[in-house]
Design a protein around this ligand. Structure first.
Ligand code: URA
Length: 431
C-alpha cells in the first residue's frame, strides 16, 4: 500500500477502505508516514468529508493505537464536554454519580485557548495527583466510586500526534475528525456508557447549533457502532456557565454545587447530566434518577465522595471542607456596568479570553496557569443593572493584567432597554 495513493483517493472524493485507514493511522503513529503526507490526507478529509464507515474505522484504529482499558466494574460511565467557559460541572458530576451508585472513570484534558480544562481545575487542589497509574485509578474507582485523572501517554497515542498536526494545519474544525479524536480517547477508557455534552455558541468551537447537532448525531452513531450506550445533549455555550470562570474559582463553584447552592444554570446542567448518566449506566430508572441525584446532594454523600476522591489522589481534603481556605489572588478589580438596562448578552468567548488574560488559561501549551486568576460574574444575561453597578470581579496576581482583561470584558456585554428572556440551556437531545 502507498500513502500517496490513499491521499489521491481521498482527494478524488472516494471512500477509503478499513485497510487503508489502518495503514495510515499505524504508519503515522509509528513515524513511518511524514507530517507532510499526513497533513495532505487530513486536509483532503477536511474538504471532502468521511463516510460513517470511514469515521468508524478511523475511531477504532485511533483507539487501538494504544492501551484499551478493561474496567473491572459494572455500571461504568463517563461524561465528555466539548469545552466551554465556566463549565466545571465534571467536578461535581463525577462524585454525584458515584455517590448514587455509578462507577465513574473519567480521563480529562487540559484547557487550551479560552476554554477551561478539568485537569487544570483539579491542580488548584494542593497535592492532587491527576497522573495516577492505571492500578491506582482502578483502586480509587473501586473504593470511592469515581476518579478523575489525565489521559495516560499510552491512551490513543495516534490522537495525540494527529491532533497536534491538525492544530498546525487548519484541520481541527472537521466533524468526522473531531468525532474520531474525542471518541478514540473516551472509548479507550473502557466505559460501558457515555454522556456527551456538545456545546454551541460563542464560547464553543461549534459556533452554530446545526453544526453542534450534526456533531452530536455523528458521535452518537459511532459510539453505538462500537457497542457503547450513549446519549448526547447539545447545550448553550453562548453565555458563560455559572458565576465563576477560572480554575480555583470553578473548584469552589463545584463544591457549592455539591452543597446544592450553585447558580441555577450550573445546577440545571449538573443535575440533568448526572441523571442521564445514572439511567444510562443502569443504576436508576428515569423515574428514580432525579430524586437519587437530589438525595446525594442533600444528604452530603456526594460532597463526601468528592472529598474522598481528592484525599485518595493525594489532595488536601481540608480544602474541600473549608473552600474559603483556598489561596486567593493577590489583587482584585471590580468592573462596573457602563449602561443602565437589561443585560441582553454576555459573550462567553469574550469572558473566556478576559479570564485567560488574567492568567486563568493558556495561549500555548507551555504557558503556566495561575490557579487563583479568573472572573466572578455578578450579573448575568437577563439581569437588570444601573450604570455604575458592579457586574464582575476580576482576580489576578499581577495588577498590570487588569486593563486589557477589563476592556475585553466590557466589549463582551450587551445592554438593552427591554426585558430579555433567558434562553434555554438544553437545546437538543440525541440518543
Ligand atoms: N477535542 C478533542 O479531543 N479533539 C478534537 O478534535 C476537538 C476537541
Amino acid at each position: 500500500m502507498r500513502i500517496v495513493e490513499i491521499i489521491q483517493k481521498k482527494r478524488d472524493k472516494k471512500e477509503l477502505t478499513k485497510e487503508e485507514i489502518a495503514f495510515f493511522v499505524k504508519g503515522y503513529t509509528a513515524g513511518e508516514i511524514p507530517d507532510y503526507q499526513a497533513s495532505a490526507l487530513l486536509m483532503a478529509c477536511f474538504l471532502n468529508g468521511l463516510s460513517e464507515e470511514e469515521t468508524s474505522c478511523l475511531t477504532m484504529e485511533m483507539m487501538n493505537s494504544g492501551d484499551v482499558l478493561s474496567l473491572p466494574f459494572s455500571h461504568t460511565v463517563d461524561k465528555h464536554s466539548t469545552g466551554g467557559v465556566g463549565d466545571g460541572v465534571s467536578l461535581a458530576i463525577a462524585p454525584i454519580v458515584a455517590a448514587a451508585g455509578g462507577k465513574v472513570a473519567m480521563m480529562s484534558g487540559r484547557g487550551l485557548g479560552h476554554t477551561g480544562g478539568t485537569l487544570d481545575k483539579l491542580d488548584s487542589i494542593e497535592g492532587y495527583d491527576s497522573a495516577l497509574s492505571v492500578e491506582r485509578f482502578f483502586e480509587t474507582i473501586g473504593r470511592v466510586g469515581c476518579s478523575i485523572i489525565g489521559q495516560t501517554e499510552r491512551l490513543a497515542p495516534a490522537d495525540k500526534k494527529l491532533y497536534a498536526l491538525r492544530d498546525a494545519t487548519g484541520t481541527v474544525e472537521c466533524k468526522e475528525l473531531i468525532t474520531a479524536s474525542i471518541l478514540s480517547k473516551k472509548l479507550a477508557e473502557g466505559v460501558e456508557s457515555l454522556v456527551l455534552d456538545v456545546k454551541t455558541g460563542s464560547g464553543a468551537f461549534m459556533k452554530k447549533k446545526e453544526d453542534a447537532i450534526e456533531l452530536a448525531e455523528m458521535m452518537v452513531k459511532i459510539c453505538k457502532r462500537m457497542g457503547r450506550k450513549v446519549v448526547a445533549f447539545v447545550t448553550d455555550m453562548d453565555r458563560p456557565l455559572g458565576n465563576k470562570v477560572g480554575n480555583l474559582l470553578e473548584v469552589q463553584e463545584a463544591i457549592e454545587a455539591l452543597q446544592g447552592r450553585a447558580p441555577e444554570d450550573y445546577m440545571e446542567l449538573t443535575v440533568r447530566l448526572s441523571e442521564e448518566m445514572l439511567v444510562l449506566c443502569g443504576v436508576a430508572t428515569r423515574e428514580q434518577a432525579k430524586a437519587r441525584v437530589m438525595e446525594v446532594i442533600e444528604n452530603g454523600s456526594a460532597l463526601r465522595t468528592f472529598r474522598e476522591m481528592a484525599a485518595m489522589q493525594g489532595g488536601n481534603a481540608e480544602l474541600i471542607d473549608h473552600p474559603e481556605c483556598f489561596s486567593k489572588a493577590k489583587y482584585n478589580r471590580v468592573v462596573y456596568a457602563r449602561e443602565s438596562g437589561y443585560i441582553s448578552r454576555i459573550n462567553a468567548e469574550g469572558y473566556g479570553v478576559a479570564a485567560l488574560l488574567l492568567g486563568a488559561g493558556r495561549n500555548k501549551k507551555e504557558d503556566k496557569i495561575i490557579p487563583e486568576a479568573g472572573i466572578e460574574i455578578l450579573k448575568k444575561t437577563g439581569d437588570c443593572v444601573e450604570k455604575g453597578q458592579p457586574i464582575a470581579i476580576l482576580y489576578a496576581n499581577n495588577v498590570t493584567l487588569f486593563e486589557e482583561s477589563e476592556r475585553r470584558l466590557h466589549s463582551s456585554v450587551e445592554y438593552s432597554s427591554k426585558r430579555v428572556e433567558k434562553s434555554p440551556l438544553f437545546l437538543a437531545k440525541i440518543d
